[in-house]
Design a protein around this ligand. Structure first.
Ligand SMILES: [Cu+2]
Length: 510
């Protein structure tokens, strides 16, 4: 296939030689080759396979970066020999607050190190597998023209290093991933990253470039279930993801880790999707992509709201930020954003531009507990995992954050409810009369007539069964000890017992 491509560009070269008599075709020197290549690039919009001859100058060690950082643009007019040193490490790291996972990584991070090369470069690739690894690994780079994308040449046992060399013939933004059996499992554990092959003339300059890569994870425990979580092969086969994440953890792009920009900046996002299964509906809430290089290829679409990024594929999105505020990066397959973690932020600083937007922030509506300080929640998790116990004060602190992110939408932050629509929890005779019933309501919802403090309600509360036992215990403990209520405590064991003994209503999460 590549041969066909090469010979077709050779054919274009011949046509060019015939039609541009200023190129002398019978004595090919490097200059002429370059000139011919430039013609091809003009003719094809810059997408010609680029063998620009042998590398020029001393070998260069490639600068690799961890997400969200991107190596600096390449400032060279000639192809080089580039040495890439990438080390595989198997590391236990947080996947969410208080949740640990053993990731398999390229370069110690998920996604793996960003590699930036120039079209026509010759890349001498060194893949090392750290001695502490339990598994052999390899690498398949979609930027490679050659068997298995390098996979067959890079199989590397723990404590070993492999080397192979390839020429980056095609420009574009390419995914790389591990391709050791079981392939799905290696990818599901975080073994993917991006390699950018810049066109010879480089990419147009922008103010900020960032690296954002989606991938989903399959754990035995539920979403946000605390402690160490194992990979769940059956869930992976069923494509039933527990987490869908940008940059390998729920906190990777929120709060203090949000991407930053100033009003007026142009931003280029190198977006990848490692999968292993899901296709991303990549969207930035509050922005329109001025340009999207769909599928990481050469041509761009303009004025795009949401772009599809396939598993094992990429996209380059570019946009100028016009107003200050928080832009929210999501997979617009929206349950993934709010119930599986596919959420990130770009914080834009600078003066308002009221002509473009009046400036009322909607962060709280969109983000709920995501924007709140989650350290209280993490403290509870840590206390559980180290001592097996939490104090009531820790539960109340964590419960406050969780209540704000879930229940307050209806029952209000001060527990006062909304007359005739949402009953109060503050001083509520119904709530305070029976804690076990309150657990059931949080788990299974409530419908039909109820009377709270003499006022009757006949509405529906949906089941909050996306919350785990910890979370419900903390929310109820917080509610029992707030707004003048007379105290009490609900433990996660109490909730687990009710979860096991009451039936989930149809359609509720288990
Ligand atoms: Cu692997």
């Amino acid at each position: 296939m590549k041969n066909r491509k090469l010979s077709s560009s050779a054919a274009i070269g011949v046509v060019l030689c015939l039609s541009f008599s200023l190129i002398s075709c019978d004595t090919p020197s490097r200059n002429n080759t370059n000139l011919a290549q430039e013609r091809i690039l003009m003719e094809t919009g810059g997408s010609a396979a680029g063998d620009f001859g042998p590398p020029v100058g001393e070998p260069i060690i490639a600068t690799l970066t961890s997400a969200p950082d991107v190596p600096p643009p390449i400032d060279r007019n000639t192809p080089a020999k580039l040495i890439v040193n990438l080390e595989v490490r198997e590391l236990e790291m947080p996947i969410s607050e208080g949740v640990m996972y053993t990731f398999w990584t390229f370069g110690g991070t998920v996604p793996g190190s960003f590699i930036r090369v120039r079209q026509g470069d010759t890349i001498e690739f060194h893949l090392a597998n750290h001695p502490s690894s339990k598994m052999p690994h390899n690498i398949d780079l979609h930027a490679v023209t050659g068997s298995g994308g390098g996979a067959s040449s890079s199989f590397t046992a723990p404590g070993h290093e492999s080397q192979f060399t390839f020429k980056a013939l095609n420009q574009g933004l390419f995914v790389y991933h591990c391709a050791t059996a079981p392939v799905g499992m290696h990818i599901a554990n975080g073994m993917y990253g991006l390699i950018l092959v810049e066109p010879p003339e480089g990419l147009p300059p922008v103010d900020r470039e960032y690296y954002v890569m989606q991938g989903e994870f399959y754990t035995v425990g539920k979403y946000r279930e605390k402690g160490h979580q194992e990979f769940d092969m059956q869930k992976a086969i069923e494509e039933n993801a527990t987490y869908v994440l940008f940059n390998g953890s729920e906190g990777a792009l929120v709060g203090d880790n949000a991407l930053r920009a100033n009003v007026g900046d142009t931003i280029r996002l190198f977006v990848g999707n490692g999968g292993p299964n899901l296709v991303s509906s990549f969207h930035v809430i509050g922005e329109i992509f001025d340009k999207v290089f769909t599928e990481g290829g050469t041509h761009y679409q303009e004025n795009v709201q949401t772009t599809l990024v396939p598993a094992g594929g990429s996209a380059i999105t570019e946009f100028r930020v016009e107003v200050p505020g928080t832009l929210v990066i999501v997979d617009h397959s929206i349950f993934r954003a709010f119930n599986k973690g596919a959420l990130g932020m770009i914080k834009v600083d600078g003066p308002e531009n009221l002509a473009v937007y009046t400036g009322k922030e909607v962060d709280s509506v969109y983000l709920g507990d995501k924007v709140k300080d989650l350290t209280a929640v993490a403290e509870v998790a840590t206390a559980y995992s180290t001592t097996g116990e939490v104090t009531i004060a820790q539960q109340i602190a964590a419960g406050e954050v969780l209540f704000a992110g879930t229940c307050s939408v209806c029952h209000q932050l001060d527990g006062s409810g909304l007359a005739t629509v949402f009953p109060p929890l503050a001083g509520a005779d119904f709530f305070l009369a029976d804690t076990t019933r309150a657990i059931d309501i949080a788990l299974n919802g409530l419908m039909g007539p109820v009377t709270v403090n003499g006022q009757s309600y006949d509405s529906v509360m949906p089941p909050m069964s996306q919350l785990n036992d910890d979370e419900i215990a903390n929310i109820l403990t917080y509610s029992l000890n707030s707004w003048g209520n007379d105290g009490g405590r609900v433990t996660r064991e109490d909730v687990a017992e009710r979860r096991a003994s009451t039936e989930r209503p149809p359609g509720a999460a288990h």
